[in-house]
Design a protein around this ligand. Sequence first.
Ligand SMILES: NC(=O)c1ccc[n+]([C@@H]2O[C@H](COP(=O)([O-])OP(=O)(O)OC[C@H]3O[C@@H](n4cnc5c(N)ncnc54)[C@H](O)[C@@H]3O)[C@@H](O)[C@H]2O)c1
Length: 256
Amino acid sequence: MKSRKQLRGRLNGKVAFVTGGGQGIGAAVAKALAREGALVAVIDLTLDTAAGVAKEIADEGGEALGIACDVADRDQVAMAVDQVDAAWGRIDILVNNAGITRTAMLHKMTPQQWDKVIAVHLTGAFNCVQAVAPGMMERKYGRIIYVTSAAGVLGTIGQINYSAAKAGILGMTKSTARELARYNITANAIAPGAATPMTEVIRTDERFKEKYLERIPLGRWAEPEEIAPVFVFFASDASAYVTGQILAADGGMTIY
Ligand SMILES: NC(=O)c1ccc[n+]([C@@H]2O[C@H](COP(=O)([O-])OP(=O)(O)OC[C@H]3O[C@@H](n4cnc5c(N)ncnc54)[C@H](O)[C@@H]3O)[C@@H](O)[C@H]2O)c1
């Protein structure tokens, strides 16, 4: 097994903060960034989950830190950022990926379902970008990657909360890009589509699976590992002159 120092990556020595890194897309992205030489803080709700992915990265010869943090909680985000600063001195790459769904038709959606989804996606992404941006501004370098969804672009039935949050993330991406460009910080958004625990019901339940598959022009669900390179692109200097953009990596579900 190669040690990290032996690896020649596009992100050698860069420090990444990946929220929702404990499973699904976030875990695949954390591993992909680490394989490119980044030092990765894996952020998730429980330490077990975050540390599990950090260990997998370490077992591959990479360097990672698992941190328990609810992104919707400002104090926890501040503590997580402090922990990363203490370990590695900075954060160069933020992947605002943590997410949840609370599905219900709009006339039945509870205020709690609405609030929870807005809190995790919008307030959570805001908490993280506000915590890491000052350091990036000081060092005049940063890569911020937001995660949106076809739901935010096209709308979905039973997800008015999630669609609103993901559409809001598009606005956040564009504002972040305009505000921080002068500091050599880029901000872009990815609309992914992948086989993860979040999409398990629509991929496997007989009532939904055909209908959802028909919406994907490429005709199949990707594994998270297949879309992780798109995150690497936005994290790396290959995208140094790209900011404020939305890239759908969802088999063509979002064509507009
Ligand atoms: N899977 C898809 O097809 C798809 C499509 C469009 C958008 N997305 C978006 O991609 C991102 C990742 O989704 P996924 O499919 O990997 O989902 P997932 O449910 O498999 O993983 C999400 C991770 O986020 C973590 N998380 C949830 N709330 C958190 C919080 N408050 N603080 C910290 N961590 C938290 C969870 O514990 C989990 O590990 C989400 O933002 C999701 O909305 C996914």
